[in-house]
Ligand binder design. Structure first.
Ligand code: AHR
Length: 503
């Protein structure tokens, strides 16, 4: 058995864990909205057509903030299509996903659904094919009480209370050639800066997210951030990061080390933002909104999923419906560890996406809803990562990877809830073959009364939860935990994610 050692000391903190780290993302894409959260004919649908079984699962998942309505979709979206009487809402071509958008669900309905799941709305404006004026219009519609054209329109549409949206994304992935209205960093910086300063005239306290790169692999990565922040630094609060991971062939060793890539990505964006801060002699710090992250088998999508014949663009097709394995969930858990490790600068994040589309929750039309493997690391981390994130001293053997060189076999982060007095350690064993015996030095915690652990693992790392077998994989109690004088030991099975609570 491999041995590793961890020291937990509450005096060494990274920063407070912002609840917004546990955000998600609902895009008008595939069956995320239609036949996902919304299915009026379903036996579990409520009076508004929303599935109550999905609402229950979203609440259990513990999602703080939900980014909406896209994604690539937003760059062709006219928000006005989705408000007012349903019978007069237009059907439109959705150029991003080669689908037909019925506009049955729009801003007001989605804001209503968010109340049911107890989450905050984070709204993205279209800076791909639209601009400053339309962003101002939707802000006026959403947030002003009444007495102006658009706020009165919302009231007339049956929504007297403003939606009070605090976080706004200034477009989506504008560096990507696939994006409608794709632009250079200079062009995007111009429109983002103008839009932000105009929106701030209505409400100076909005929290604004400017688009960073759509991945660290983009040829413009780094320079894009420098140029965009160079122009928008005083106008915005966050810069976005997006990252999706999948194995290359059967190189699971590198795939399991995806968190290393996420760490480097975050560190590079922080360095770039702080460089801009330095040359501007600014006191202001720009934080990161990691508003798209997940495991996504994107190569499968490119090969089979994209529908191209314009006369046949369907409503709510099955797109990007990845089924997640134990292996995927372990990688997913390590991405959450990476986000928490940067809690001082990553102060918002959105798991992309929420239902059916690369999602922790799946549904069948007229049938059940179920939890994918990735549901569990998210729900448990959201529930248990409280208080402040701690800096850990980890001694772990390494293993060689093709993508990232030598990588520690164990990955870990801890949080400490000063009020409850408990410390939670989140752990991953990346070894494909070996269990790890981990000894944790807890002397600095001043005594541990008890410890419990849940682990997600399986003899078959490709096991998944499906319509036919929705409960095949779930976390199990890890009975190897042993509490001794100033130390706790736990065994981490190969390819596993574990949460350990120290009381
Ligand atoms: O989440 C799926 C897509 O990935 C989003 O629409 C886009 O922003 C990203 O490329």
């Amino acid at each position: 058995m491999i041995r590793a050692h961890l020291t937990v000391d509450p005096h060494f903190t990274v920063g407070p864990v912002n609840r917004r780290l546990f955000g998600s993302f609902v895009e008008h894409l595939g069956r995320c909205v239609y036949d996902g959260i919304y299915e009026p004919g379903h036996v579990r649908a409520d009076e508004d057509g929303f599935r109550t079984d999905v609402i229950e699962l979203v609440r259990e998942l513990g999602v703080s903030t939900i980014r909406y309505p896209g994604g690539n979709f937003v760059s062709g979206y006219r928000w006005e299509d989705g408000v007012g009487p349903r019978e007069s809402r237009p059907r439109r071509l959705d150029l991003a996903w080669h689908s037909t958008e019925t506009n049955e669900i729009g801003l007001d309905e989605f804001a209503g659904w968010l109340k049911k799941v107890d989450s905050e709305l984070m709204y993205a404006v279209n800076l791909g094919t639209r601009g400053v004026l339309e962003a101002l219009d939707v802000l006026e519609y959403a947030n002003l009480r009444s007495g102006t054209h658009w706020s009165d329109q919302r009231v007339a549409n049956g929504h007297p209370e403003p939606h009070g949206i605090r976080m706004w994304c200034l477009g989506n992935e504008m560096d990507g050639p696939w994006q409608l209205g794709h632009s250079t960093a200079e062009e995007y910086a111009q429109i983002a800066s103008k839009t932000a300063s105009a929106m701030r005239q209505i409400d100076p306290d909005l929290e604004l997210v400017v688009c960073g790169s759509s991945s660290a692999q983009m040829p413009t990565f780094g320079d894009w951030e420098r140029v965009v922040l160079g122009k928008t630094y005083d106008d915005v609060d966050y810069i976005s990061c997006h990252a999706y991971y999948e194995p290359k062939g059967d190189d699971y060793g590198s795939f399991l080390a995806s968190g290393v890539n996420m760490d480097r990505f975050i560190d590079a964006v922080i360095a770039t933002a702080d460089h801009v801060k330095a040359i501007r002699h600014s006191d202001k710090t720009i934080n990161i909104s990691f508003d798209e992250w997940n495991v996504w088998y994107q190569t499968r999508f490119n090969e089979v999923d994209k529908i191209t014949d314009v006369s046949e663009w369907p409503v709510a097709p099955r797109l990007l419906e990845d089924s997640y394995s134990v292996l995927d969930a372990v990688v997913f858990g390590s991405l959450l560890i990476s986000l928490l490790r940067h809690a001082d600068r990553v102060t918002a994040a959105s798991l992309a996406q929420l239902v059916n589309v690369i999602a922790p929750i799946m549904t069948e039309p007229g049938g059940p809803a179920w939890r994918q493997t990735t549901f569990y690391p998210f729900s448990l981390t959201s529930r248990l990562a409280r208080g402040v994130a701690l800096e850990l001293k980890l001694d772990s053997p390494t293993y060689p990877t093709a993508e990232y060189g030598d990588v520690p076999i164990v990955d870990a982060v801890a949080t400490r809830d000063e009020n409850g007095g408990s410390t939670t350690v989140f752990l991953v064993n990346r070894s494909l073959d070996d269990a790890v015996s981990l000894e944790i030095d807890v002397l600095a915690l001043g005594g541990v009364a008890g410890a419990t652990a849940l682990s997600l693992f399986d003899d078959d790392i490709h096991a998944a939860n499906t319509l036919d077998d929705p409960e095949r994989v779930a976390p199990r109690e890890n009975s190897s935990v042993d509490v001794g004088e100033g130390r706790v030991t736990v065994t981490l099975p190969p390819v596993s994610w574990t949460v350990l609570t120290l009381d």
